[in-house]
Design a protein around this ligand. Sequence first.
Ligand code: NAP
Length: 266
Amino acid sequence: MSDTDLRDIEALDARKPDGIAVVTGGSRGIGAAIADRLGAEGYTVAVHYRQDEAAAADVVGKIVAAGGAAFSFAADLAEPDSGTAFWAAYDAAAGELRDAPVRILVNNAGIVVDGVIEETSAEDVNRLLQINATAPFLIIKEALPRLADGGRVVNVSSGAARLPMPGIIGYTMSKGALEALTGPLAQHLGPRGITVNAIRPGTTDTDMNAHWLRGNSEAIAGRVAARALRRMGDPTDVGDVVVLLASHDARWITGQIIDATGGERL
Ligand SMILES: NC(=O)c1ccc[n+]([C@@H]2O[C@H](COP(=O)([O-])OP(=O)(O)OC[C@H]3O[C@@H](n4cnc5c(N)ncnc54)[C@H](OP(=O)(O)O)[C@@H]3O)[C@@H](O)[C@H]2O)c1
């Protein structure tokens, strides 16, 4: 593709033509904040979830009530054929939109398993790698013909990939694998004007860490004290950075891993 063609693609991107923004794990927490913002930006948002249909319906309802467009679909990323099953479920839910280009793909769904190495089983590690790294790989792979030239891929990693946290070692390993996709894919998809970036959120108040964080003032104080920006993060703090990376303004950023921890342990 010539330089002029690539600039045409970028100009097209600036106009936000028809296209879908797909958010994995868009039903709760950070994913719900990302879906909400992308809906407000005017994208038709495909809200993926695993089993919490009501939560996904709430996200869709909120976007539609604000004048946007959205639909939801379910797929369990723990399954080995998660890429194929994901897009089959998407097609079934998208109806006549199934052939519309996917302009933004956010791989946000993820799980954490607590434990130092002695407490982490092979099964834990395999599950973490499957859901947090292999599934995004397969979802992107199967999405390649659907992705719009000039589109965006954003993978949600974790500050844990930078900050040693021995108590979530399997999770850290899985996010390292997810991050390793960024450079090669950015290089591979750059000729199509597609950017590929990853974001590292810090500890954020969501269901994922409610078991040790919510209502635990000591744990909250510890996290806050470790940050340059002295407060707990909420899902919109992360969602807004993802939307920034997905925007036209971020068209010259690719292959990067962006820290969004509020400056944790700088
Ligand atoms: N919260 C934090 O402090 C933090 C910090 C750094 C990075 N992150 C990363 O940010 C992302 C979102 O985290 P969050 O805190 O918003 O998580 P969350 O509130 O626990 O929500 C997780 C989302 O992922 C979906 N999901 C979980 N397991 C799945 C599976 N097997 N198949 C398909 N979907 C599945 C859930 O769907 P259902 O609701 O249907 O189960 C839900 O939509 C994750 O990748 C996480 O690693 C979070």
